[in-house]
Write a new protein. Sequence first.
Length: 303
Amino acid sequence: MDHVEFDRDPPTNLTTMVMAYGGWIDAGQAATGALRHLVRDLSATRLARIDPEPFFVFTQERPDVKMREDGGRDILWPRSEFFACHPWEGRDGLLLFCGPEPHQRWRTYTTAFLDVAERCGVKRIISIGALLAGAPHTRPIRVTGRCTDPTWRSVLESWGIYRRPTYEGPTGISTILLDAAERRGISHLGFMGQAPHYLQSGENPAAIQALLACVARLLHLTLDMSRFAEAIQDFRTQCDREVSRNRATREHVQQLEQQYDASAGEEGQAPAIGELDSEKLMQELQDFLRGQREGGPEGGGPR
């Protein structure tokens, strides 16, 4: 199979795939963090990897160098890996995928990716992601869902999180893959969480937990979520400390809290990502970041 190296012969009963990409739909490292948790918690083993050479520009996604105990060094190239979770308790197995978004040759990449999925017997794909959004870190994470499978759609509607896609504009590799998967007869569902747009670096454990909870609920998985309570509390404490240092940021977060609470009160739940005014959000984000760069002690700058 072109551009793919298998560690062993692939099983053919991995009927469901869960995939996550790093990059612009991995705010707070929520999607890749959730996928890594699934790999660990389900004791999934690596099945295959996609050769990075044809698809990555290494001055943009640089390889890492890691020291060995014997004093030597290993070069770690960008990893796009498939993991197999074999059938258990009468269920079909899972195929898990995690990797950075490729830079080039997306159609060739998509063909290689879906060839692996079909060879493993995948019939449906769950994609997970997270975007920067106008929401405060002090409130629960919003997650919305979209899908092509009627059964899954009824489930998402019963949860109150189904949103028909309405976005138009530049897109990422997940959209390309899922569009091609649909043309191959593979159904798909996407969960999209969020991370506060004023926190653009670091891992967000609350967003990771929210995505994991959705996947576990959909697939009836029992996952160990015990570590998240303390991690989320520590994360929020750290965020509170950082926000308190800057008056403009404090006021901005208070405004987001008011908007969040008002929307939740009107609709009985938090407003969905798909219902946000994307142009207004992007303008708000640009204005906020500009203030952080240019403001003084009483504006957007640190104090």
